[in-house]
Write a new protein. Structure first.
Length: 150
């Protein structure tokens, strides 16, 4: 399984050289330029709204590159940052057959859009299951793997 995701990442990196129409976060002057039209709201969970990008990229028939973000109801104070975090953007590989997502990057953002940190994540370091019903992660799984708009 570890080698499968490593292979997928290699394929993604190779394909990204040739891809010209992939979704990417827009960064300018140490800020994330957020366009609401790029995102689908999926659900409110606990203390945040969860959204994913409208256009996700297919690596193969089972694996997709997806971007998501959470926006906290009230900015969250992480001990590692001097100022509160308002949003966290993520990018990862979602596997429909495994019902899991492997995160590859997190971007922590203040309320003014300024980036606090970009955290790359090693393949297989952070894998999250997507099967728990009534969760934002499960809604993302349904949206990507069944084509349902939730």
């Amino acid at each position: 399984m570890k080698y499968l995701f490593s292979f997928i990442i290699s394929a993604f990196l190779t394909a990204s050289v040739f891809a010209t129409d992939r979704f990417e976060l827009n960064f300018q002057n140490n800020k994330v330029i957020h366009q609401d039209s790029d995102w689908d709201f999926l659900m409110h969970e606990h203390s945040y709204n969860f959204s994913m990008n409208k256009k996700f990229d297919m690596l193969d028939k089972d694996n997709f590159i997806v971007h998501s973000y959470i926006q906290f109801d009230h900015s969250y104070n992480y001990a590692s940052f001097d100022e509160p975090t308002n949003k966290i953007y993520t990018m990862g590989v979602l596997s429909c057959s495994r019902k899991a997502i492997m995160l590859l990057r997190q971007v922590f953002v203040k309320s003014n859009g300024e980036i606090q940190a970009i955290q790359p994540i090693q393949p297989n370091e952070y894998v999250s299951e997507l099967e728990m019903p009534d969760t934002a992660r499960h809604q993302m799984y349904l949206r990507v793997c069944s084509g349902e708009i939730v």
